[in-house]
Write a protein of this length. Structure first.
Lengths: 238, 298
């Protein structure tokens, strides 16, 4: 961790009007849950569609994508990363610092609103809100690490991340059972299942598998990003 | 003997300078060139191999399922196409959305980032010509990637000797849906891309906008009773929150397509058709107008 790098990264992420766009997402979630609270539909099903599909399934990947690539890919793209790389800082420290900022931002912008939305829709019953909140916490962490890695590896980080989140997790995951084992969203859901009361949440991936895969994905992505950043070649515009 | 004044007297030599006297191709030519360049850029043509990968990957991914469908029809001896043309577009529409998100910033953000927009405006093409050329290029690119799969499906249907008239009509419905998608998506996507010089941010904003409005509209529809055992028709109005669903609902109601699934989008009644149509026109025209305003002073 390096506080100066962290401060600059956070400023790049939230600076100017960008924070407003990032804030639109959690505000939307909260508005929806306030509307849902007054609906007479089955509360559990509502909680699943709002917390599971909208929050964990859409908002967390999108936030993780914007934040994870935003902390490093934009700097690589406009070339200003060289000023940071020229400083006598170990490269892995740059990666971990930026990752910490990204994870913090994802928790703040996705996990916390999910918890509040859960409380609004379902209350504290069955530990459902807490379960989904922790599910988004771990999923957000893994997404941040993975998308940060993508930001270092490819110039098309956002597209690659979208392709993973939309095509792999949603489109293919809907039809092919096996694809769900390799889906961050489902790992998060396993954590949710472990915390929420029995029978309220069903996750297709076992908890042990999910936790191990989460750790491997997050740590592996961070390590690989450090290695890749050490030997970074800056490409011009294509 | 010469005086200093005489030595410095200015003399204009004829160094053979000639003005350009050839034909001036003018504003329309410049606009057309910009259109062609932009359309090629949307597919990465004339650029490095790396920038061709993504558009053609998405293009291929949109066409590939049609070949699979035709193969299934041929081998299973089906009596009709298992998927309607317009339904195909909505089922695999996410690929067209990714194409838009990926390539709209290529058309708009790059010019802004490298500050070359003023160079375009120093030529005969005006500001509105620039916007028009970019818009037309994006619409054409989206139309190309959305109509080709439909045409392949149609050819497949003909090869399996399905009724021509019925298929032709449904192909037309699909093509109209494609035009609506292309116009609306291009207007929204290019407007967002023109707002930011950062490519990555533009991509995420376009895709996030389309995805999140779609998800929210689905949930609002559920909240207002759209998925009750006896679905409430008024819940369909929630589709207006999402550009994608608005087009799908309008097309489904106009041409009575989209199947009988409980999650079928539909514009409720005649009023629905009018409002949905008006929303699409307003969104497209409004985004276009905002884009013109964006380029009024660059």
């Amino acid at each position: 961790m390096n506080t100066t790098v962290a401060r600059l990264t956070a400023r790049g992420l939230f600076g100017r009007r960008r924070v407003l766009i990032l804030l639109a997402v959690p505000v939307l979630l909260l508005v929806i849950s306030v509307i849902a609270r007054n609906s007479d539909l089955d509360k559990l099903e509502l909680a699943h569609s709002i917390l599971g599909n909208l929050a964990l399934g859409t908002l967390v990947p999108i936030t993780g994508l914007i934040v994870g690539t935003g902390v490093i890919a934009t700097e690589i793209e406009d070339g200003s990363i060289v000023y940071l790389l020229a400083k006598p800082l170990p490269r892995w420290q740059i990666v971990t610092t930026k990752l910490a900022v990204a994870i913090g931002a994802t928790w703040l912008l996705a996990a916390l609103p999910t918890y509040v939305a859960g409380l609004i829709v379902y209350g504290t019953a069955d530990n459902l809100a807490l379960g989904y909140a922790l599910g988004t916490v771990v999923a957000g962490t893994a997404y941040s690490a993975l998308f940060l890695l993508l930001g270092v590896v490819t110039r098309h980080a956002v597209i690659a991340g979208l392709a993973y989140a939309l095509i792999w997790e949603s489109l293919i995951g809907n039809y092919v059972e096996g694809a769900r084992t390799l889906s961050v969203q489902q790992w998060g859901l396993s954590v949710t299942q472990a915390i929420a009361a029995d029978g309220t949440v069903t996750a297709p991936v076992g908890l042990t598998t999910a936790v191990w895969l989460l750790i491997v994905a997050a740590v592996g992505a961070t390590a690989l990003a450090s290695v890749k950043l050490s030997g970074l070649t800056l490409n011009g515009e294509e | 003997m010469t005086t200093p004044a005489q030595t410095h007297r200015g003399v204009i030599h004829d160094i053979g300078y000639r003005p350009y006297t050839g034909p001036r191709l003018g504003r329309r030519y410049a606009t057309r060139s910009l259109y062609v360049q932009s359309l090629r850029a949307a597919f990465g043509l004339g650029r490095s191999g790396k920038s061709k990968v993504l558009p053609f990957l998405l293009f291929g991914a949109l066409v590939a399922p049609t070949l699979a469908i035709i193969a299934i029809v041929a081998f299973a001896n089906l009596k009709q196409m298992p998927i309607d043309y317009s339904v195909y577009l909505s089922r695999f529409g996410v690929l067209a959305q990714i194409f838009l998100a990926a390539q709209a910033p290529v058309l708009m953000s790059r010019d802004l980032r490298h500050h070359v927009v003023p160079l375009y405006f120093s030529r005969p093409a005006s500001r509105s010509d620039y916007v028009a050329a970019k818009f037309a290029a994006m619409v054409s690119a989206l139309l190309i990637i959305m109509t080709l799969p439909l045409l392949v499906l149609f050819v497949g249907a003909m090869l399996n000797s399905f009724p021509v008239g019925d298929n032709l009509a449904h192909l037309m419905y699909g093509l109209i849906a494609a035009v609506l998608y292309a116009l609306l998506y291009s207007a929204i996507g290019l407007l967002i891309a023109a707002a930011t010089p950062r490519r990555g941010f533009g991509v995420a904003a376009i895709m996030g906008g389309l995805m999140i409005t779609s998800g929210v509209s689905q949930i609002v529809r559920a909240l207002t009773g759209g998925f009750d055992p006896v679905p409430r028709e008024s819940a369909h109005w929630a589709e207006l929150m999402s550009p994608t669903r608005t087009v799908e609902g309008l097309v489904n109601t106009l041409f009575d397509t989209g199947g009988e699934g409980f999650d079928r989008m539909a514009a409720p009644g005649t009023a629905g058709v009018l409002v949905y149509g008006a929303v699409i026109v307003l969104l497209t025209a409004g985004s276009y107008a905002l884009m013109l305003r964006r380029y009024r002073n660059v």
